[in-house]
Each structure stands twice: as C-alpha cells, then as structure tokens.
Design a protein around this ligand. Structure first.
Ligand code: NAD
Ligand code: ZN
Length: 367
C-alpha cells in the first residue's frame, strides 16, 4: 500500500514535504516523488554498504528510471563511526566529483547514521542542496528520518556538529525491515518505547497487547507502529521545528542515553534510549511526578520485547564524567524529560544531581 501525503506543515506551512510509506514500494515509485521527478541536476544515492543487494537494487533501478545517467552511487560504511568529520569530507569530495549542485538531489539510503551524516553533508554543500532520506532501520523509520535534524559527532560527543535541514521528501518501505538483524530491531524499539511512554497511550496499548519479542512481531503491526510514530514526531516537529518548545519532549530518555553512550559503554543508540526512558521514569517517580506503577509495567514490556533493562558490570567511572560533560556543553539549564504516566511526559529543569546519579546507577543494578 502506498500512502503519500504532506505530513509536516501548519496552516501556513513553513516547510512541508511528501512522505511515501509503503509496505512494498512499487517498481516506478521514484517518478511519483515530486522532488525526485522534478530534479533537473545531478543526483547521488549514498547507500549503506551493509544493505543486502535485494534492498539496494530495486531502489537503484527505480531512481535510475527517473534520473537516468544523472544518478551516481556512493557506498558508505554505516555505524556511529560514520558520523565523523572525515566522512563528511569524503562526502563533499564525492558530491564535487558527481557535480551535485543546488538543482540536484542527495538521497540517503540506510539507517540513522547514514541519514544524519549524509543529510548534514547535503545541508552544508553549496549552502544546502535538497535531500531525501530512505530510512532502512526501525529507528530511522520511526524517528531520525523525520524532522530535519542532521549532524555528526566530535571528540566523543554526540551530534556536536549539526543543523536543521528539512528533507524534500521521505520514502519508507516497511519491507526493508525484514532484512534487519534482530539486534537492530530491538534497538529501534528504544525510540518506539519513548513515543509510547511519553506521548501515546494507544501505542502503549499496541505494544502491551503484542505477544512475544519484536523479532516475532507481525509485519502489519510493525507497519502500524511505524506510521503512528511518524505521525507523533511530525506533529511535534510541525509545532516547533527548531527544538525550542514542545519538540524538546522528544528528548525523553536521551539525557541518560547520551551520558551512557559518552561513557564508552558498548551500547547502540536505541538500546541506550530504552534504558534512558527507564531511568527517566525512575526519576519521575522519585520527583513525585510519575505514577509509581509505570516503572514495573515498563520493565515487563521491555523484557517481553527483548530489550535490555539493565547493564552488566560496575558503573563506569566515565559515566558521571560524561554526564557532567554533557551539562558543560549546554548553554542553558539541564533539561530532563520524565514520563508522568503511560503516554504523557513533562520537562524538568536541572533535577537534583543526587537523584540523577542514583537513577543512572540503578541501570547497573541486578533486577
Ligand atoms: N536525526 C535525528 O533526529 C535522530 C534521531 C534518532 C537517532 N538518530 C541517530 O541515529 C543513529 C542510529 O541509527 P541506526 O540505529 O539506524 O543505526 P545504523 O545507521 O548504524 O544502522 C544499524 C545497522 O543496521 C544495518 N542496516 C541498516 N538497514 C538495514 C537493513 N534494512 N537490513 C540489514 N541491515 C541494515 C547497518 O548496516 C548497520 O550495521 C545514531 O547516531 C543516533 O544519534 C538521529
Ligand atoms: Zn534518539
């Protein structure tokens, strides 16, 4: 099923772009995506080299059908290490060789690391060229491909380099998720849990009714989850593109997640977010802002879905340093988002340090 509509915009849209969500993209989909069909310049498809050929080839064929010889291909190695200044320089050289200009288009085909890095390169090349993410991980489909945040890491800190560069369109094929390793599906659930706990009792209910781990989730349920998360994110982004107001709520779990990721703990982003949401719920309960039963329900749900609910080993010394460093990198008060129930959340400004420390350390305690 193909569903194309404008998702982001207001009564007088500041920005608006088509979203194509399909269970299986039709062969000639590219000509139906206006920014691709109308492109008169050179185009580049930057794709994750880890994608199987049966995912890459039909996409290349559909784009070739529409763009002909103006399309160049460039393979990148996905993963957090891609989000580097070196990778950006490589991309700029490739854009230059391929003759990509503002009348062209950049397509970022892969997970969140590919979207963030290639999207930032597009944002800064010739003062911004149009770009289209084709997200292939659950995390990227439910979250990172929507909203225009692009960037790279520097000096061990996440997203120190970055920009807002709204895509010209987003193309999602749920079928691409069939090739994802189980660990990447579980990781994507970290962001899904964030939406369910923080924003949407309906999504919470969908997950609670699911029987068994995410790897056994039926495709139509996965499709409903992806669509729902996209709607939730698009709604918040439309209200607050620049992350100065309600969009900040989407940082639920992320203050903890970034501290965990910065501490050298061997964790992917989505799993860190899942644990971060759990820590945030514990903080909300300690502050008297969250229904105490949320913690137990959340742990039960996460275990059922196959997600980690605690970490092995002792608390890394670097963790609290990472937390302090995260604070130093902010010009304003530390903002932590905590759940207030199953489907709601709120911002807390600079919560007491000892509480933050305790709930962070609780992630290293056996259940
Ligand atoms: N910009 C935003 O708003 C935003 C939001 C959330 C997360 N992020 C960022 O997203 C990044 C994480 O993204 P991710 O979890 O997608 O990781 P990723 O891009 O590293 O992909 C994970 C792995 O899955 C493989 N893969 C991707 N699609 C596949 C498929 N269909 N079949 C088989 N293998 C596939 C990749 O090769 C890679 O090994 C983090 O850097 C995070 O900061 C950004
Ligand atoms: Zn995230």
């Amino acid at each position: 099923m193909v569903d194309q509509r404008v998702i982001v915009g207001r009564r007088e849209p500041v920005f608006a772009y088509p979203l194509l969500v399909a269970d299986e993209l039709p062969p000639r989909w590219a000509c139906d995506v206006a920014p691709v069909a109308r492109c008169r310049g050179n185009a580049i498809l930057a794709f994750d080299g880890g994608l199987p050929a049966m995912v890459v080839e039909p996409v290349e064929a559909a784009l070739r059908d529409c763009l002909g010889e103006r399309l160049s291909l460039h393979q990148v190695a996905a993963g957090e290490s891609l989000k580097s200044v070196e990778a950006l320089l490589d991309l700029y050289r490739v854009f230059s060789r391929s003759g990509v200009r503002r009348d062209g288009i950049v397509l970022a085909f892969g997970g969140g690391t590919v979207g963030d890095t290639v999207g930032f390169a597009a944002a800064t090349w010739h003062r911004g060229v149009p770009w289209v993410p084709l997200p292939t991980t659950l995390l990227a489909q439910v979250d990172s491909a929507i909203g225009g945040k692009v960037g790279a890491n520097l000096g061990g800190f996440k997203n120190q380099i970055g920009s807002f560069h709204q895509p010209s369109a987003v193309v999602v094929d749920i079928g691409w998720l069939a090739y994802l390793p189980e660990s990447a599906l579980v990781s994507g659930m970290g962001e899904v849990i964030k939406y369910a706990v923080g924003f949407d009792p309906y999504l919470w209910g969908l997950l609670v009714c699911q029987d068994g781990p995410v790897s056994r989730m039926k495709r139509d349920l996965l499709a409903r989850i992806v669509r729902r998360c996209i709607e939730l994110k698009a709604r918040l982004v439309a209200l607050d593109e620049r992350d100065l107001g309600p969009r900040r709520l989407l940082n639920l779990g992320h203050t903890f997640a970034h501290a965990l990721e910065g501490s050298g703990a061997c964790l992917d982003h989505g799993s860190a977010v899942g644990l971060g949401v759990l820590a945030a719920s514990r903080l909300g309960i300690r502050l008297g802002l969250c229904d105490p039963q949320v913690e137990g329900d959340l742990v039960t749900l996460m275990i059922k879905l196959g997600m980690a609910v605690n970490l092995e080993g002792s608390v890394p010394a670097a963790l609290m340093n990472a937390w302090d460093a995260d604070k130093k990198h902010r010009a304003i008060d530390q903002i932590v988002v905590v759940p207030t129930g199953r489907g709601s959340c709120r911002v807390v400004l600079s919560p007491p340090g000892h509480m933050v420390r305790e709930v962070t350390e609780s992630l290293f305690a056996p259940l």
